[in-house]
Design a protein around this ligand. Structure first.
Ligand code: NAG
Length: 466
């Protein structure tokens, strides 16, 4: 009896009490200013035009990069039988990635490829923001809907190279087609980083809202993965008048209430989950261990991004190992046990190196990693930040994504959850890995929301007629 009280009844009472308490609190969504993030004080005369932009790397940049790759010291071999479980295998890096980057990656044709989609530049709040903007070539008489798509870390706009054409091509079964805007997040790729502290995820949401206004878009759809997903949800909470609907490949619901529920259901997981889903939360000690194992990078980047960035700014080998390790681990659980990290199962070397170039050439790894420090602090508290999302929302759940929540938990935060799709395959870098699945799901979601909007507009029109 004593044990029963300690292990079951007491924690159950505590979690139920906590849930009731948290239920009664209302969440305040703060208001964010249009802070000036560029050098000096706010310049009201800053050029607000939108200019075409081309990504460039010159022969000198490439020669310097090749020299560094060529001069990489002997790397420490991986431990026998350990695969990538201690981090990326030095053998694989030295024997496969570095020679490919140096000798086989066709810098010239890849640059043309990366510049294939029209790029533009405009100054928002002191930052030069560079973004892809693709209008559908052929609308077939369909309505054109703006859609902003957001990458995360350690990704870039090159993650979207395969999904963009699928979004900007009209489909027979839909009466709309997308006009796609894909910005380099501030501090990533070819967009400026802030010159002073404070530019975290909610502040980036403000910058991107202002970017869309600059382009003349009052209302638009939004999609994101990784940090892009976090910012997508934040933009939806902060600017519900602008966002028509949000689609996310990483819906997060980590409010204290959800965490208490996870604890509560640990006594009776079958009340919450199908047996094949127990592993997402239970046994809790094991899940907690997995999270710790996976998120070491996060703690470091949230506290010492600048020290960590030195090696990656100076050594392409360091950059490749740190970034590609994530493309292995986050794409498929278990890949790190393989000697090649399963890296080429889903990605070509070109796709992976295109993304590395977006960090190497503009020297952006340090500013990109700062997003963790600027968001996981007392002020921004990005992880626990669970503002309710009231606009139509959809969560695409790829089975190898790291974070997953059952619909019941997602509904705590996404109050108008229109679509939850459990994908048959795919992981964290979903738009690059499974562009068709991602694009189909975005089309499906927007089709539902547009149907609702049209029906509502018709009803309102009929009322006026009467
Ligand atoms: C790499 O270094 C070696 C030895 O200095 C040199 O012979 C070779 O041409 C270099 N390769 C590249 C691609 O720079």
């Amino acid at each position: 009896m004593n044990i029963l009280i300690k292990l079951v009844i007491l924690p159950a009472i505590v979690s139920i009490g906590g849930i009731i308490y948290l239920q009664s609190r209302t969440v305040q969504i703060p208001v964010y200013e249009n802070t000036w993030w560029g050098p000096g004080i706010e310049n009201h005369n800053v050029d607000k035009s939108i200019k075409p932009f081309k990504i460039d790397w010159n022969d000198k940049d490439i020669e310097d990069l090749k020299n560094r790759l060529n001069r990489t010291r002997d790397l420490v071999p991986h431990l026998e039988g350990a695969g990538w479980t201690y981090g990326m295998s030095g053998n694989f890096l030295k024997e496969t990635i570095l020679p490919y980057w140096m000798n086989k990656y066709d810098f010239k044709s890849r640059l043309t490829h990366i510049n294939k989609f029209p790029l533009f530049s405009t100054n928002i709040q002191g930052l030069n923001i560079r973004f892809v903007h693709v209008k559908p070539k052929n609308t077939n008489g369909k309505r054109v809907l703006p859609l902003i798509i957001l990458h995360g870390w350690p990704g870039s706009i090159t993650e979207f190279q395969k999904v963009i054409p699928l979004l900007t091509t009209p489909r027979d079964d839909q009466d709309f087609v997308f006009e796609v805007i894909a910005p380099c997040l501030p501090g990533f790729g070819f967009s400026d980083g802030a010159v002073r502290p404070g530019l975290g995820a909610p502040q980036i949401a403000v910058v991107l809202k202002n970017l869309m206004l600059r382009l003349g878009f009052e209302k638009y759809y939004i999609h994101g993965g990784d940090w892009g997903a976090i910012i997508t949800a934040m933009m939806s909470s902060l600017f519900p008048a602008h966002v028509l609907g949000m689609h996310s490949t990483m819906c997060i619901a980590t409010s204290p209430k959800v965490l208490l529920k996870v604890m509560f259901y640990s006594f009776f997981p079958s009340l919450l989950l199908a047996e094949e889903d127990y592993h997402w939360f239970y046994p809790m000690s094991e899940r907690f261990g997995q999270i710790l194992y996976f998120t070491g990078y996060l703690h470091l980047q949230a506290t010492r991004p600048d020290s960590l960035g030195v090696g990656m700014a100076d050594s392409p080998a360091a950059l490749a190992s740190y970034v590609l390790e994530k493309f292995s681990e986050a794409t498929k659980r278990g890949s790190i046990f393989k000697d090649d990290g399963g890296l080429f199962d889903k990605f070509t070397p070109e796709e992976l190196i295109d993304n590395l170039m977006m960090y190497w050439i503009p020297n952006k790894m340090t500013t990109a990693m700062r997003i963790y420090a600027e968001s996981f602090n007392k002020k921004n508290n990005a992880w626990a930040q669970q503002w309710p999302v009231e606009i139509p929302s959809s969560c695409a759940q790829f089975p190898h994504e790291i974070s997953w929540y059952p619909r019941e938990f997602l509904q705590e935060r996404f109050l108008n959850l229109v679509l939850v799709t459990r994908m048959p395959r795919g992981g964290h870098f979903a738009t690059l890995e499974e562009p068709e699945l991602a694009a189909n799901d975005i089309h499906k979601f927007v089709g539902i929301v547009e149907g609702q909007r049209m029906a509502f507009a018709q009803k309102s029109a009929m009322k006026t007629d009467l």
